[in-house]
Design a protein around this ligand. Sequence first.
Ligand code: ZN
Length: 160
Amino acid sequence: MQYRIGIGYDIHKLVRGRKLFIGGLLIDYPRGLLGHSDGDVLLHAICDCLLGAVSEGDIGMHFPDTEPKFEGIASTELLIKVYELIKDKGYAINNIDTVIIAEEPKLASYKKEIRKNIALILGIKEDLISIKAKTNEKLGEIGKKEAIAAYATVLLVKGE
Ligand code: ZN
């Protein structure tokens, strides 16, 4: 058995006139995350932890924001592409742990659905995925509701 761990982090600015996507889920909120894609901060952090685990750089390297073809792309598509790369290298996901940091909206009621959605995208069991959400205790840009950040870690296992 061969194990690989990876860590991912992302942050996006909250702005008016955008829809809010977190974990591939449309969240009811008057603002959304600014980005070249849909700005899904959680899926980007998960992509980065997966890429990091196999030493394949990061999401910006694979899907540069200078490429018009990635403009407005659903981050679920990016995650599917990244997961294909992981599987091609012979790895499977042992488990994923995540933290979303948002002062607003309150994500407690969305956590279960986000987990279910990511499990569906990856085609793995829900109990292999952990979604945690917390505020930034009103500190900094996140605390002032100007941004949302996310961390993700993964353990990959080879073969089986
Ligand atoms: Zn991002």
